[in-house]
Design a protein around this ligand. Structure first.
Ligand code: ADP
Ligand code: MG
Length: 313
């Protein structure tokens, strides 16, 4: 063993808690197939630039809060932008945590003008005039606003209220490859709007037993949307989040959802890591904040899986 090689191995031996960089990538990621002892899967690097225009619209939905919807919208969006997709994010939650997560804070966050709430209420306003650029090239967004919370009551007597977002988005679909809508933790008017405007749905689900029970409610809502406002809507996948490799509970929950919804569970799993909250505070996607972290690697893998499944171009 040469002098340098020994130095390297000593260095690795000392830092046992911090895996060497290469280990933090693909091969050490938890995946559904790995955890459940199935044949391992791989998703190819999407090299081709998709045909321009006609964006796929995807809602990130779960009526439960704190399951990773916003984290998924931001980081899947950033990962898709990294592979050359033009991505538009819509913050459709009155908590506006996606907007915060992209670095907009303080008074700018409270400004109603230019937010999605403003756009929903001013029939003259055009969405394309209020698109903001994030710090990630190719990743654009429309701000959320706390007044979105009033949507339920405000739109109650409007005709075709379910189609408001679909109409707003229609003129910009040619500019993007993917539009991701970060939904609020409810299945009310806003989420119905998002689902009516979408081609597909991603359902992030915390690896926790009670979360499984909530899934049937989301699926019922999707079925109703298909019957009433958007027959083409499809479930692109259920995404296991906050997965803990070391606990048997996480694995049991994954087994359960895989048994109930075998065709829908993403092979990619998002493990629990503090990097996500840290990157939110920093106001950038985790793919930019900690580019070589497992969190970044999982969302990059999710982007490849989604493209391989045909959910995104
Ligand atoms: P939702 O939009 O469904 O309410 P968020 O994406 O905002 O959920 O996540 C809720 C909180 O959990 C946030 O503080 C976020 O940073 C954190 N979080 C999200 N995903 C993970 C994860 N995989 N591991 C650890 N923390 C996470
Ligand atoms: Mg959220």
């Amino acid at each position: 063993m040469g002098k340098n090689a020994r130095k390297t191995s000593l260095y690795n031996a000392k830092s046992t808690n911090k895996p060497a960089l290469s280990k933090t990538r693909e091969e050490s990621l938890a995946t559904t197939s790995d955890v459940l002892g199935k044949k391992l899967r791989n998703f190819p690097e999407p090299t081709k630039t998709p045909e321009a225009g006609n964006a796929k619209v995807i809602s990130v939905v779960n009526q439960k809060g704190g399951v990773g919807k916003t984290t998924t919208a931001i980081n899947l969006g950033a990962a898709l932008a990294e592979v050359g997709r033009r991505v538009l994010l819509i913050d459709f939650d009155s908590q506006a945590s996606m907007t915060t997560g992209l670095g907009i804070k303080g008074t700018a966050l409270r400004e109603q003008y230019g937010s999605i709430w403003y756009l929903l209420n001013d029939s003259e306003a055009k969405l394309e005039d209020f698109i903001l650029k994030s710090s990630v090239p190719g990743l654009d967004f429309i701000r959320g606003h706390e007044d979105l919370a009033a949507a339920e009551a405000a739109f109650v007597s409007e005709i075709a209220k379910e189609h408001k977002l679909r109409k707003l988005l229609a003129p910009v679909l040619d500019r993007y490859d993917v539009v991701l809508i970060d939904c609020s933790p409810s299945l009310g008017t806003l989420t119905v709007n998002a689902l009516t405007a979408s081609n597909g749905v991603i359902i992030p689900m915390e690896c926790e037993y009670f979360a499984v029970l909530g899934l049937s409610l989301v699926k019922k809502t999707i079925q109703k949307i298909k019957e009433n406002t958007n027959p083409q809507l499809e479930i692109l996948g259920i995404l296991a989040t906050m997965f803990e490799k070391k606990t048997s509970h996480s694995r049991e929950v994954l087994e359960l959802i895989d048994k109930e919804f075998p065709d829908e569970v993403f092979d990619t799993i998002i493990s629990r890591t503090v990097r996500f909250s840290e990157s939110t505070v920093a106001g950038v996607p985790v793919t930019a904040y900690a580019s070589s972290s497992t969190g970044s690697a999982s969302y990059r893998r999710l982007a490849r899986e989604l493209i391989a499944r045909g959910g995104a171009k």
